[in-house]
Design a protein around this ligand. Structure first.
Ligand code: DGT
Ligand code: CA
Ligand code: ZN
Length: 581
């Protein structure tokens, strides 16, 4: 049987729905494909097996016509219906779906009325001011589309850190076991734990560069070799990412590691300091250039280089030239939070809303990770597209959680909600529904286009509710896809501090929201952070790793992150804000 994955089938169904919409088909037919895709997302069993055993029947959301198409696709690897549909449109049309803020309805209008069928067409139509004149568009929409196009270009060639992290760690693990490897590490933006990366950088020290380079270029993850030099190889990986390998001697290693870790801005400062002393610092060595330059002691590790300049060791995450040198000189660098220090986490979904696992499965996965508590925060009713819970279903879930808790030892499920913040800053549930819960995450999932002042007021009003324990994904951004909505972050931070509301660091690698660049300010203002995976399945709990990366980039320590508190202390802290009433 051809290996068509569930995700690929979902992608085809979604694409069919989009094209049908562009074609102006009837909404029921379109919805059938969306629903089918959603039903497959929720599926627990292996899709190939279900098809082989003819067990797709009876799955809600998948009617007979769709069942046939899924079977054809899974068994033959092809779907003629899809191919015929795709052939009706120019191939570049799909690019338009990647433009932030552009949906199928708008694409249909642009395609039919202005013959816009590619990104280039769209750019031109906007610049010629034609888009503004279309029914239902206007100057504001045209500007937004241009902005979206700019964002798309900026993000071109960049990937989520999650994509890079997996490939990078596999490459590192395999090269580590090579007998000719002496030392190795990731470098670049992956090592600095940035939220998006352009390419993967790997540095290896060895006495046998040819052997290491060959092993790298012949790695199973490699799709094609872009360059094969003596000390540098570049490859394109099967996941679409480029990876660069630098091979150096072990004497050169600390210099190469530091140089290729960057950031460029960080390197420039160090190089300047070396120059001031009459030395030159590059990717291979530190050497005197002036006759009377001070002598250079032996350097074995990166740490020795920092020490030589009077600095404490600067963790890679902090190397962005955002104050790390001043702090390192004054021995004031923070002791950055570590993954093992997290004791629990709060923002997680189950099958009750748009998650895929049950309460018991989520609890088991959390315990396996060594967590002492797990908060369940399914969507509230206003998020109907995510099957949000109403008060009755939430009450039933709270009872189910209480029942499960009777059997746990040294572990506890907390009962919460991810309650929608309505347009005016009110909450989707009245206080009487929120009050019995262990905690409340309040998030915006609608009306993204409010102006900055109104959006800020909306968020602050929500935080003023004593039942709101924490604010979810502050800016709503989806990395490389959807920009943050307009919000005055410092004003929100002030309100969070004043009301005692925690601020979420949403650890989903698509979000990483609030952005790491704001956390130092948040900490100065006394805002407490909570790192949440926003898990929609048991694997989603792994997102905590990415959240920790962002928290470290934000200079946070274990004392700044509420969910580093053990079970014995967290309960009182969750109740603090409410107890002020
Ligand atoms: P990326 O790949 O765009 O996500 O970000 P990086 O930081 O990984 O950048 P990359 O891969 O171009 O280069 C890796 C490191 O090499 C970079 O962080 C610093 C260093 N580097 C590269 N080019 C220069 C340069 O022109 N000057 C200096 N000082 N350092 C450089
Ligand atoms: Ca890089
Ligand atoms: Zn949410």
């Amino acid at each position: 049987m051809p290996s068509v994955t569930r995700d690929q089938v979902i992608e085809v169904l979604e694409r069919i729905a989009l094209l049908l919409e562009v074609q102006g088909e009837n909404p029921f037919k379109i919805r059938a494909y969306h629903n089918g895709a959603r039903a497959l997302e929720m599926l627990e069993d292996d899709l190939g097996t279900l098809v082989r055993e003819d067990k797709l029947k009876g799955i809600p959301g998948i009617g007979e016509a769709l069942r046939e198409k899924i079977s054809t696709l899974v068994t033959t690897g092809k779907l003629p219906y899809y191919n015929e549909l795709v052939a009706k449109f120019p191939p570049e049309l799909f690019e338009l779906f990647d433009v932030p803020g552009l949906g199928p309805k708008k694409i249909k209008a642009l395609y039919e009325k202005l013959q816009v069928a590619s990104l280039a067409d769209l750019q031109k139509a906007c610049q010629d001011n034609k888009v503004a004149g279309l029914d239902g568009f206007g100057a504001k929409t045209q500007e937004k589309i241009l902005h979206g196009l700019g964002m798309l270009k900026q993000g071109a060639g960049r990937h989520l850190v999650s994509v890079a992290a997996h490939a990078s760690s596999t490459l590192l693990d395999d090269l580590r076991t090579h007998p000719e490897t002496i030392r190795l590490s990731a470098g670049g933006s992956t090592r600095r734990r940035n939220e998006t990366v352009h390419d993967i950088d790997i540095i290896v020290s060895t006495k046998n560069p040819a052997a290491i380079s060959r092993a790298f270029r012949e790695h199973p993850l490699v799709e094609s070799v872009l360059a094969a030099g003596e000390t540098k190889s570049s490859v394109m990986l099967k996941n679409g990412l480029q990876a660069d390998l630098r091979v150096v001697t072990d004497e050169e290693y600390p210099f190469a590691l530091m140089y290729f870790t960057g950031s460029k801005e960080h390197n420039i400062v160090l190089r300047g300091l070396a120059q001031d002393r009459g030395w030159t610092l590059n990717e291979y060595r530190l050497a005197p250039v002036k006759k009377d330059a001070p002598e250079i002691p032996a350097i074995h590790e990166e740490r020795d280089i920092y020490e030589l300049f009077g600095f404490d060791y600067i963790e890679p995450e902090l190397r962005e030239n955002r104050g790390e040198f001043e702090a390192a000189a004054q021995h004031k660098l923070p002791d950055l939070v570590k993954l093992e220090q997290l004791k629990g986490t709060f923002h997680n979904h189950t099958r009750a809303s748009d998650g895929r696992a049950t309460l018991a499965e989520m609890a088991a996965a959390a315990q396996e990770l060594g967590l002492e508590y797990l908060g369940i925060a399914d969507h509230s009713k206003a998020s109907f597209q995510a099957n949000g819970l109403d008060a009755a279903r939430l009450e039933k879930q709270t009872a189910d959680i209480a029942a499960l808790n009777k059997d746990f030892q040294g572990f506890r499920l907390f009962s919460g909600t991810e309650c929608d913040i309505l347009k005016d800053g009110g909450l989707d549930f009245p206080d009487s529904v929120l009050s019995p819960l262990d905690y409340v995450v309040a998030s915006v999932h609608s009306s993204f286009t409010l102006g900055e002042a109104e959006m800020t007021k909306r968020l602050i009003r929500a935080m003023e509710n004593p039942h709101v324990t924490m604010l979810g994904h502050l800016t709503g951004r989806i990395l490389l896809k959807r920009e943050s909505y307009a919000v005055n972050v410092p004003a929100v931070l002030d309100a969070a501090a004043a009301t005692g509301t925690f601020l979420e660091l949403n650890a989903d690698p698509h979000r990483l929201d609030m952005d790491w660049r704001w956390w130092r300010l948040a900490k100065e203002k006394g805002v407490r952070c909570v790192i949440n995976p926003d898990a929609h399945a048991t694997e989603g709990l792994q997102n905590l790793y990415f959240g920790i990366g962002a928290a470290r980039k934000g200079w946070l320590t274990k004392n700044d992150v509420v969910n580093c508190l053990p079970l014995g202390k967290i309960i009182a802290v969750l109740a603090e804000k409410k107890s002020r009433i």
